[in-house]
Design a protein around this ligand. Structure first.
Ligand code: HGY
Ligand code: MN
Ligand code: MN
Ligand code: MN
Length: 393
């Protein structure tokens, strides 16, 4: 970031900042961001591509002697812990900046009972409530937030287009389910006498899958789910069980306890809540039948976000100009698409209008070492941000 002429610092939740004040340092700032962290066994582009594009575009402005003349402050932020892999609270870095997390978030603990506060202190951050609450940005100081990110889906590749503008981001909820039964000897407890949380988990996970594949079979009548159209719901309704743990975790012991995570997403927040309510009811009923206790905790919630029309149309124009610079031809209509993946833009939408630009990725694959973006498409994304900056500031 220094190479790009930016003043840099790391804040008290590990976000890395680079800023240029421009001619009018009191003007509202443009923030360009994405995240530095990844999921386990991830690819190289999720998050990092957005940061590299932003810093590279500013470096080009600097080389061309234009950086000093930008009319408003520009700040690049590489957010920490967007994925929420360790603490199950996604967007930790950006939510702290948006001021949407209470100081009690410092007490969220990971699987080894290390809290966010412990982890911060272990890494020489203050980790105090005061330093956490001071992270919040005043929304009067922010003009807009934009984010470049890989699409993590197959649409742009199927359309044969490198860039797309994001219309909206689906809301997401993360739950932790804890099933407790009767721990016992694998060889001596008759099947009929078992209170087995593992087989209960199996039934619940298949229930989740069929619920989200065919919501119409569950809580719908005359094509509506309590007022939500099945069509719109099933387009964005997805549900994933990514983690499952069994205690004590021995092959010859009927588990005493099984915990698993649920990640459920749908564009419509109310519909997602209706689904979660109905699903929870059916999960409790299934566990009752099996004499297994069931506790469902909500670990994270982010409401769906619609991107700002003005920023989106500027990102669309910037995409046209990037394509012109790359190919010399006027491209077809820049695609506009929804995002099933969550992004820091969701957190930043609490203090700023937000816009997002998607970049085609091979096979739509992400959260995998197979994640890949072609050099040309990285170029196109960088040129789009450069065009956005040149025409906006
Ligand atoms: O899970 C997500 O949607 C994002 O990758 N954090
Ligand atoms: Mn991700
Ligand atoms: Mn991401
Ligand atoms: Mn034994």
């Amino acid at each position: 970031m220094e190479d790009a002429g930016l003043r840099t610092w790391v804040d008290q939740i590990g976000n890395v900042h680079g800023r240029v004040e421009g001619i009018n340092a009191t003007a509202k700032a443009l923030i360009i961001g994405s995240h530095l962290d990844t999921v386990i066994d991830a690819g190289m582009f999720d998050g990092s591509l957005g940061i590299v594009c932003a810093v590279s575009a500013l470096k080009v402005l600097k080389i061309n002697g234009k950086l000093e003349n930008v009319t408003r402050p520009i700040e690049v932020i590489a957010f920490s812990d967007e994925e929420g892999v360790r603490f199950q609270t996604a967007f930790l870095g950006s939510a702290a900046l948006a001021g949407t997390l209470p100081a009690s978030a410092l007490q969220i603990s990971d699987k080894s009972d290390v809290t966010v506060q412990d982890a911060l202190k272990e890494n020489s951050f203050e980790g105090t409530e005061e330093s956490f609450l001071q992270l919040k940005y005043d929304q009067r100081s922010v003009w807009g937030y934009i984010e470049v990110h890989i699409e993590q889906g197959p649409v742009l590749e199927s359309l044969g287009f490198p860039l797309g503008v994001v219309k909206g981001i689906a809301g997401q909820t993360r739950l932790k389910v804890t099933l407790s039964g009767a721990q016992g000897h694998a060889g001596t407890v008759p099947m009929a006498m078992r209170k087995d949380p593992m087989t209960a988990a199996a039934e619940l996970i298949l229930l989740l899958e069929s619920f989200c594949k065919h919501p119409e079979n569950f809580i719908f009548y005359d094509g509506q789910c309590k007022g939500f159209s099945v069509e719109s719901l099933s387009q964005s309704l997805v549900c994933t069980v990514g983690e499952i743990y069994s205690w004590p975790g021995a092959s010859n012991v009927i588990p005493g306890q099984v915990t698993f995570t649920i990640d459920i997403r749908a564009m419509d927040d109310m519909a997602r809540e209706a689904i979660i309510f109905e699903l929870s009811k059916q999960m409790y009923q299934a566990c009752d039948r099996r004499s297994v206790s069931c506790v469902i905790e909500r670990k994270h919630n982010a409401e769906a976000v619609m991107c700002d029309d003005e920023l989106s149309s500027q990102l669309k124009s910037a995409s046209y100009s990037a394509m012109m610079r790359m190919t010399g031809e006027i491209p077809d209509e820049v695609p506009v698409l929804m995002s099933g993946a969550g992004h820091d833009a969701m957190a930043m939408s609490h203090i700023s209008k937000v816009g997002m630009l998607f970049v085609r990725c091979r096979g739509g694959i992400s959260h995998s070492p197979e994640e890949h973006v072609s050099d040309d498409d990285v170029w196109a994304a960088g040129l789009a941000i450069l065009s956005f900056l040149e025409t906006n500031l």
